[in-house]
Design a protein around this ligand. Structure first.
Ligand SMILES: [Zn+2]
Length: 183
């Protein structure tokens, strides 16, 4: 009962302010890396300055495929990945596997643990990353995301393929894979 009431209140509250706040995120689509969801972007002659929280960072123009500015929710076809932040090391993986197997009585469906051939081909440093083959909107995917948020474990949840970054829906656990510098 109490839970239902607070959810209703949240929805009423959210309905009045969130519709504006949510449309302000901008996605920078990078070549061969996970897209960046940022608060602000400004273009300069040799690249882009973007702002996330209080941090402003410069991105070389040649790393950027395109910048997606927010559109009305109805017009969005590929939603930006859900992003969680925090500290993470691959050694923490056991904690996540334990949570999942305790809750769903099966093991976590990992599609990559650390570096894989595909990530190497895409020029991504995935040594500290772990990919889980779950759709972020499935019940198992949602439970996992909730757990990651509660534990302050960084993740990126993809609802569909992103060229050079994701072959399909999955949850990447860990920080964004740094791009291996070209040789
Ligand atoms: Zn990954």
């Amino acid at each position: 009962m109490g839970k239902k009431l607070s959810l209703t209140l949240l929805l009423v509250f959210c309905g009045s302010i969130c519709s504006q706040a949510q449309t302000e995120q901008i996605t920078i689509v990078l070549k061969g890396d996970h897209p960046l969801v940022v608060d602000e972007v400004s273009e300069s002659p040799d690249g882009y300055w973007y702002k996330r929280g209080n941090v402003t960072t410069f991105l070389d123009r040649e790393r950027v495929l395109r910048v997606d500015h927010p559109k009305p929710a109805e017009a969005t076809t590929t939603p930006a990945p859900l992003v969680g932040s925090g500290k993470w090391m691959l050694a923490d993986a056991q904690k996540i596997q334990d949570f999942f197997s305790a809750k769903f009585k099966k093991s976590l469906p990992l599609t990559a643990f650390g570096q894989s051939d595909l990530h190497t081909r895409w020029g991504l440093d995935h040594r500290n990353g772990m990919d889980v083959g779950l759709h972020p909107d499935s019940s198992e995917g949602r439970a996992l995301i909730e757990f990651l948020r509660n534990q302050s474990i960084p993740f990126l949840a993809f609802r569909g393929p992103v060229p050079g970054v994701a072959t399909g829906p999955h949850i990447h656990i860990g920080n964004r894979s740094p791009r291996v510098s070209g040789r």
